[in-house]
Design a protein around this ligand. Structure first.
Ligand code: ATP
Ligand code: MG
Length: 567
């Protein structure tokens, strides 16, 4: 590609709307432009990288035995009503009508559409197992689109769906996809962790894992045990329930006054109470009812865990007015006693020998409160957010926290969709059974951003060779110099002929401009054709290290061709 003709609008300044390096660099390197919030155009350079990533994904899917299809982006609302997600999915689902006023949605994911296909076409166990995948544009009306293509409204996803006769079959399909995902990320040159995950809105009763690219700008927090293999998204991560020494005989509860205390912090600083022994009670609206969640004062309620434990669709903190109406007191003195609503107690509270709790009247607390003796509960479980430094639930090692970018997510759906949509088949004995499904997503466009996030320096992007938009950047320092121009042109011609992807900077620009642009767009190798071209010598510069070697033009050509052919 000749740069003089290439649509590559690079920017010198950092665009003010871009907060994180990948967003800044993808704009500056002329890869993407925003149309409206969360909706982007890929310019030629960006599209080349996107296609390289797509190719890796496609190769690994094909290798795992998956078959590529292309499903419609527009889907009828009726399918979503059938699966129940018309209600569950919320405002991220873009809904609209056609001219006949038939309700439609723009696909944020395709479980319904693919299950509909399979229920019509698959009749017999002989047609199973099967894995289908597509690479396609998705639309999700995200509340806060940001970070460029990292969290966009329109984005490219690879979504795959597996169909098996039973759970053992699903385990095999899941393993195959899991392995394929690891290969994809390795080939993209990424450092990542696979973590246990909450299935979220996709649902399903089986397991779920997320593939997290490690990065400070990641929106997800992961807890990882350095001693065993335990790793989980903070939405799901568990730490061991604390063990408390025996308190011996606890005296009866004792009422005391806490004037003006509104928070755990107040109780700590003004009344000298240890948050670890305070019972924090939070009132939640859970679907159509209210629930009191009880955790230790120094712990946070994990709403994802709470939602899952209660098998709820929606979980939302109640406002103070509601709390007052339900408990008789405002924030700061709500306690677990005498509540008419369901109480859910965290394991770390249930194990507490004694604690301090609000009295459900303003400015009143009780000490020597013994869970189980002084109040009861309807449900117990792990509803707190685990923290770094706490003991690993598996081995007791000390959990560490990392930030991650979720680039992939695999789910064992089981029969959630096949049951709702009646996707059934006849087994060997002629009995009708429900298809067992899995689903597997990779954010292809998010992957591009994640790669930039892990592969850049202060000058620009540093592409791993596997996804670089070009293999080699040939840069004649002065295009008006006859010798330099012919050497560069000749290299370009030879290499292109041999299948190497070359970007030739044939622009009549100052050397500084050319070098800055080259470092910004980050092609792994720069072949700089300068004054010594007359002696048959050029400079070979690795973008990553900045290391420069002087080579004969022939040797540079050989090396570049080898890179192009993947050697
Ligand atoms: P997130 O928690 O980041 O919103 P999700 O759990 O909603 O992701 P999935 O439904 O599992 O995502 O979708 C599969 C993959 O699609 C994700 O792992 C991610 O890589 C990608 N993805 C999801 N939402 C977006 C988005 N708004 N922009 C870009 N990629 C996305
Ligand atoms: Mg999401």
């Amino acid at each position: 590609m000749r740069q003089s003709r290439y649509f590559l609008p690079t920017l010198r300044e950092i665009p003010s709307e871009a907060e994180i390096p990948s967003h800044q660099l993808m704009l500056r390197a002329g890869m993407i432009r925003q149309l409206v919030s969360g909706i982007y155009t890929y310019l030629p350079l960006g599209y080349r990288v996107l296609r390289k990533v797509e190719r890796i994904v496609r190769e690994e899917m094909d290798r795992a035995g998956a078959q590529e299809v292309l499903l419609p982006a527009v889907q009828p609302a009726s399918l979503w009503q059938e699966s129940g997600r018309w209600e569950d999915y919320g405002k991220e689902l873009l809904r609209f009508q056609d001219r006949h006023e038939r309700p439609l949605v723009l696909g944020p994911t395709h479980e319904e559409v693919i299950t509909d296909l399979v229920r019509q076409e698959v009749r017999s166990y002989r047609q199973l197992p099967m894995i289908l995948y597509q690479i396609q544009t998705k639309f999700r009306d995200e509340v806060r689109p940001r970070f460029g293509v990292m969290r966009a409204r329109e984005f490219v996803m690879k979504d795959a769906y597996s169909f098996d006769v039973d759970w053992e079959g699903l385990d095999r399909s899941y393993q195959a996809m899991y392995k394929a995902y690891e290969s994809v990320l390795q080939r993209c040159g990424l450092r990542f962790r696979v973590v246990q995950a909450d299935p979220g809105a996709i649902g399903g009763e089986g397991g779920s894992h997320e593939f997290m690219v490690l990065s400070e700008v990641g929106e997800d927090s992961l807890l990882v045990c350095p001693r065993c293999s335990y790793a989980a998204n903070i939405e799901k991560a568990r730490s061991k329930t604390p063990e408390y020494g025996s308190a011996g005989d606890v005296p009866p509860m004792e009422r005391f006054l806490t004037p003006g205390a509104r928070s755990i912090e107040d109780l700590k600083t003004r009344f000298g109470l240890n948050p670890e022994t305070i019972l924090k009670v939070l009132i939640y609206r859970v679907d159509d009812r209210y629930v009191a969640a009880v955790v230790r004062g120094d712990h946070e309620v994990n709403e994802v865990k709470l939602k899952r434990l209660l098998n709820a669709r929606r979980v939302e903190l109640a406002d103070e007015e509601t709390v007052r109406a339900l408990t008789g007191t405002g924030f700061g003195s709500v306690g677990p006693f005498g509540l008419t609503m369901e109480r859910v107690v965290d394991d770390a509270v249930a194990a507490l020998p004694e604690g301090v709790a609000g009295g459900n009247e303003p400015d009143v607390h009780y000490r020597h409160v013994v869970p189980g003796r002084d109040f009861q509960w309807e449900k117990q479980g792990d509803i707190r957010t685990a923290r770094a430094g706490e003991p690993c639930v598996e081995c007791g090692g000390t959990l560490e926290m990392y930030r991650g970018i979720e680039v992939g997510h695999v789910f064992k759906l089981g029969t959630k969709y096949s049951e709702a949509l009646s996707a059934v088949f006849l087994d060997e004995q002629g009995r009708q059974r429900t298809v067992v499904m899995g689903c597997y997503g990779i954010g292809v466009s998010r992957l591009v951003a994640a790669i930039v996030e892990q592969h850049h320096d202060d000058k620009g992007i540093v592409w791993p060779a596997s996804v670089a938009p070009f293999h080699v950047h040939v840069i004649p320092v002065n295009i008006r110099d006859e010798q330099q121009r012919t050497t560069a042109e000749e290299l370009y011609r030879q290499l292109t002929e041999r299948g190497t992807e070359v970007l030739l900077d044939d622009r009549d620009e100052r050397p500084g401009v050319k070098f800055n642009d080259a470092d910004l767009i980050g092609v792994p190798v720069q072949v700089i054709v300068g004054k010594r071209a007359s002696e048959g010598l050029v400079e070979w510069k690795w973008r990553r290290t900045g290391e420069v070697e002087v080579l004969s033009t022939e040797e540079a050509a050989e090396r570049a061709a080898a890179i192009g052919s993947g050697e």
